[in-house]
Design a protein around this ligand. Sequence first.
Ligand SMILES: Cc1cc2nc3c(=O)[nH]c(=O)nc-3n(C[C@H](O)[C@H](O)[C@H](O)COP(=O)(O)OP(=O)(O)OC[C@H]3O[C@@H](n4cnc5c(N)ncnc54)[C@H](O)[C@@H]3O)c2cc1C
Length: 617
Amino acid sequence: MAQLIADRRDIDFVLYEQLKIEDILKTEKYNDLNRKMFDMVISEARNLGIKEIYPTYKEGDREGVKFENGQVTVPQCFQRAYALFAEGEWIAMAEDPEVGGQGFPWIIRQAAFEYIIGANFAIAGFGNLGHGAAKMIELFGTPKQKELFLKKVYSGEWGGTMMLTEPGAGSDVGALTTRAVKNPDGTYSISGNKIFITCGDHDLTENIIHPVLARIEGAPPGPKGISLFIVPKIWVNDDGSLAEPNDIVCSGVEEKMGLHGSPTCSMDLGGKGKCRGLLLGEENNGLMVMFHMMNEARLDVGAQGFLHASAAYLYAVNYARERLQGRAIEKGKDSTAPQVPIICHPDIRRMLLLMKAYVDGMRSFVLYVAYCFDKKSTAKTLQEKERYNDFIELLTPIIKAYCSERGQFVCEQAIQVYGGYGYTKEYPVEQLYRDCKITSIYEGTNGIQAMDLLGRKLGMKKGTVFLEFLNEIKAAIASAKKIPRLKDLAGRVETALNRLGEVAMHISKTAYSRNMKLAFAYAHPFLEVVGDVTMAWMLLWRATAAAPRLEKLAGSAEQEAIQSKAAKNKDAAFYDGQLKAAEFFITSLLPVTIGKMNAIAAPNPAAIDIHEKSFGG
Ligand SMILES: Cc1cc2nc3c(=O)[nH]c(=O)nc-3n(C[C@H](O)[C@H](O)[C@H](O)COP(=O)(O)OP(=O)(O)OC[C@H]3O[C@@H](n4cnc5c(N)ncnc54)[C@H](O)[C@@H]3O)c2cc1C
């Protein structure tokens, strides 16, 4: 097999040829780093992912999580893989050394994590949740809280979670009822029940630090009355030593469709009246603090969707090169013609290129957003910082929802490429498909993401953030137009972009009118078209970087010279793949997006008008 999990050549292409991240080495924050270090770190992550974490993927699925006598145990093979993940100091690799990090740019973390998330998200999730919990403590905690928890959680010695969901409070987080009562010593007594808590309990770490959303007695109803507490599984004394268990226990684990190695726990807090928590941030401001972790988690979930797709695509393309079936279509009915690998069949090539276009586009998108984090943290002016922050805010729901859905779609296509074998457990793609599904549900369902985009993000700063986003795409189109062979493609993206601008205005106006219900019935299609246009942008940008390099290698822009060079030269084949993916997406899929945009611009109210009884059943 050529490549597993992620295509290293493609990662390097995005980092150095598309985004040109070496610019970051000129900034004060990162000028003591160099490309060699970046490459080494990504290679190390690749080793860890492929050699140590990936072998746990299938085994973890088969063995699953166990809940016996009140104890949660993860698959045995996770123990060593997690220990290596934590000991390698991966979890906080992009944090400052003072808090236990290694000071790498976020984009390098994201590139390295392709091999960790992609190898087995059930394991990566332990570290990612710990990171999110620690980051909130770093940003909003008291000096004592930082001293007690930060390094232990950033290092992975202790785990972390995020505790929002309750039986009556899923998407509607504001409906939560877990209670907090202030004690004379300044701690809070916590009581309530949480459900669906990822990594809520397990045997990988000696302690788990739970950020718990709860309502302080007398707090206002709804989201404005929610506070956030640090609730350790084992209470931590002032000197950092461990005290007694903190009356927060797992009462069961879910039997799920996929992600079997990841414990999804129901948690009882304060069943014996002895669960204590420490306020994180200010009273009644818990959701604002928690949003910090949720936004980080949303980006990780988008990456999770994309990486299931990346792994599934690599499996499918390799399988298609090996599986012999059928004869070349041009041989007609000649039954003496030899069988060919299925990659020769036009329909399989269509599916593979479809998958490749999405995987490439999503990789660029995910790494681009990661780069926005670095641009923000190295910005020289407040204005620049704000600009990148706005971009991250705008793109968060899109990355979460679009990459999770396209990730699942690519996994489904991979099963199709495998045929019947893909539907069996003997091959890996059915597990990728099952495991990927959760990405469109947790961290705020995709329906909620779409409402966030339409209801909050589109109108941010009177729509100027969205306009700025369109301007970025315009700039990429202008660059592509300078390359003769990309002129037509660039023109097509421009047409789609202009239409997107009109549609955005239209749906935004409708959302603030008496017809708001109608607009929100189209919130998800709107998110989808923004995602499609983003894919077209990313693929065109890739083609703009690849075309001159390819022509140089082939010594000509003629298709014949390019094809013959691509057959012999790996780099030429790679660059040709960039152009073909862009051509395919922009000419075959973008017209469908324009159709979808037309439907959004002339919305039909059937979904709103239909009577509940008319749904039948
Ligand atoms: C495997 C797994 C792991 C999880 N991990 C965690 C975790 O670590 N921590 C945690 O706190 N939670 C976790 N969750 C919970 C997860 O975030 C919720 O399941 C999710 O937010 C949806 O809530 P719900 O299941 O109650 O569905 P509901 O809120 O009941 O939603 C059902 C449907 O209605 C739609 N809907 C609901 N409200 C609206 C609305 N106002 N407008 C339009 N549509 C709406 C939703 O989009 C969805 O399609 C996990 C869940 C699972 C399955």
